[in-house]
Design a binder for this molecule. Structure first.
Ligand code: CA
Length: 203
């Protein structure tokens, strides 16, 4: 999934430039041209990052930032034409993560967006996710998707699948797999592994 960026800015030229460059860089872009609408969209759409102009009609950028921070830790980059240090400081105290002073190059915006997302999300790499062909195993969320569709697995099946997926090419005996599942090898349930593997393979 591409990250979604919400751009809250009232100057059409800047919105267009930001949208063009961010989309070209693979981001999904939403825009709002006033503070109140932007705040509403940020709450409804849950973007991965907000680019927020300081000087906005309706609710201004600092108000939007303050309101957003009440309930959200979404990364925020503020755009500001005011270069005074006080504004920067006020913004930072309210919880903005980064600043860009106008005029700025759209390439710089993209670079800052990328850097901030990387900082916040660990580069979107999701270390807790294993991908094998069209199979996606979310280790933290205990979810498995195949070609984008969720597969329902029991906890045992999930453990079994992740054990095999985390050790590609390695052969496990039934006893070893049972160890993973139950913490103890239990010869009496030896064959239950077969059923779980079949269930995984059939999914
Ligand atoms: Ca403005």
């Amino acid at each position: 999934m591409n990250a979604t960026i919400l751009v809250i800015e009232d100057e059409p030229k800047i919105v267009k430039l930001a949208r063009d460059y961010l989309e070209k860089s693979g981001y999904h872009v939403l825009t709002a041209n006033d503070g109140s609408v932007g705040l509403m969209m940020a709450r409804q759409e849950q973007p991965d990052l907000v680019v927020l102009d300081l000087n906005l009609p309706g609710l201004d950028g600092l108000d939007v930032c303050r309101e957003l921070r009440r309930k959200s830790d979404v990364p925020i980059i503020m755009l500001t034409a005011r270069i005074e240090e006080t504004d920067r400081l006020i913004g930072l105290e309210l919880g903005a993560d980064d600043y860009i002073t106008k005029p700025f190059s759209p390439r710089e915006l993209v670079a800052r967006v990328r850097a901030l997302l990387r900082r916040v999300q660990g580069g979107l790499r999701q270390p807790g996710v294993i991908r094998i062909h069209d199979l996606e195993i979310d280790l933290d969320g205990h979810q498995v998707n195949r070609a984008g569709e969720a597969i329902q697995l029991s906890r045992m099946e999930f453990t079994l699948l992740t054990t095999l997926a985390q050790n590609p090419g390695q052969t496990f005996s039934r006893g070893q797999l049972l160890n993973k599942l139950h913490g103890i090898a239990n010869a009496g349930y030896d064959r239950s592994i077969d059923a779980h593997i079949k269930s995984c393979a059939a999914s």
